[in-house]
Design a protein around this ligand. Structure first.
Ligand code: SAM
Ligand code: DTB
Ligand code: SF4
Length: 325
């Protein structure tokens, strides 16, 4: 796995003429991944809104008036019922999101640990995204059965301070290190459409592809423009920018699951097909992401049928490992 990519090398790939870039990404995709398979993850917001951070894109930041209903941490049984429903609809990964700046060592965290145990027992890959984590908290989550932790770098180091001022890029990287150290699978990506330059997008991909180990999963989100947030009037993300980003991510991190994340509700099936062609092999399913709309299970099933795709089974890496050993 190449982790010493230079910005110049990534720039050259990123600037390849689009159809050639898609072809190259599709070729490497076939070499490293089963192109018939797409990982289906379901998201659930287990604690919604009221967040003290100032992320300019986020409907859950308390300081913006987005009309969101604030909700305290859900009960474990409610969460498990939702996870079971998602599993029965074909999801193999269940990701619980909390609008926290960081995890605190309190009863809420104990409850999350119970949820993690419960979802793991359902045979699903459990993922959480709850803000910053200490090394000890990461170890506790691992012991409870956490499979993956999502913590996005969001954009380039240079553009970061235009988007978030209440924590630093280094804070983000520190948490990613804590997650890695605990033996948890790393999920980290970012958003396009925040007003960043092409250089910033390349910078973000550079950060991700030069971590000590590539993240196992890299979500590429198109900004969902939510009324009340500072970025509400940003232009809609161009599908070709999304495709270029996905293809570049695929080429520089061939073994990673590249997730076509937020923004699918505003994309046609043809546009999503281009993203899969360019190397995306994971999606979020369910009619809601955390707080914003997403295509329904039925619409996604129909898309899978049409494109000849099938959901990837859970814990596939381990299963491949068992065969090899
Ligand atoms: N509070 C935790 C954190 O910030 O890490 C976890 C939840 S937060 C909502 C998870 C990720 O969702 C963010 O890092 C961001 O990349 C993504 N996100 C949030 N709002 C978004 C939006 N409007 N459009 C696209 N992605 C968004
Ligand atoms: C990620 O990269 N995208 C997901 C997940 N990780 C947590 C979240 C997208 C959120 C979109 C806005 C919302 O629904 O609130
Ligand atoms: Fe809070 Fe996460 Fe939203 Fe930032 S992205 S405001 S930390 S919920």
């Amino acid at each position: 796995m190449k982790t010493n990519w230079t910005k110049a090398e990534i720039t050259e790939i990123y600037k390849t003429p689009l159809l050639e870039l898609i072809y190259q990404a599709a070729t490497i995709h076939r070499e490293y991944q089963d192109t018939a398979e797409v990982q289906v993850c379901t998201l659930l917001s287990i604690k919604t809104g009221g967040c003290p951070e100032d992320c300019a894109y986020c409907p859950q930041a308390a300081r913006y008036n987005t009309g969101l209903d604030v909700q305290a941490l859900m009960q474990k049984d409610e969460v498990l019922a939702y996870a079971e429903k998602a599993r029965n609809a074909g999801s193999t990964r269940f990701c619980m999101g909390a609008a926290w700046r960081e995890v605190r060592d309190n009863r809420d965290f104990d409850r999350v640990l119970e949820m993690v145990k419960g979802v793991n027992e359902l045979g699903m890959e459990v993922c959480c995204t709850m803000g910053m984590l200490t090394e000890e908290q990461a170890a506790k989550l691992f012991d409870a059965g956490l499979y993956a932790y999502n913590h996005n770098v969001d954009t380039s180091q240079e553009h970061y301070t235009d988007i978030i001022t209440t924590r630093t890029y280094d804070d983000r990287l520190k948490t990613l290190g804590n997650v890695r150290k605990a033996g948890i699978s790393v999920c980290s990506g970012g958003i396009i459409g925040l007003g960043e330059s092409h250089e910033d997008r390349i910078g973000m991909l550079h950060t991700l592809s030069t971590l000590p180990k590539h993240p196992e999963s890299v979500p590429i989100n198109a900004l969902v423009r939510v009324k009340g947030t500072p970025l509400q009037d940003n232009p809609k993300v161009d599908i070709w920018d999304m495709v270029r980003m996905i293809a570049t991510a695929r080429l520089i991190m061939p073994q990673t699951m590249v997730r076509l994340s937020a923004g699918r509700a505003e994309m046609s099936i043809a546009e999503q097909a281009l993203c899969f062609m360019a190397g995306a092999n994971s999606i979020f399913a369910g009619d809601k992401l955390l707080t914003t709309p997403n295509p329904s299970f039925d619409a996604d099933n129909a898309m899978f049928q049409l494109l000849g795709l099938k959901p990837r089974q859970a814990f596939k890496e381990e299963k491949i490992g068992e065969v090899v050993v």
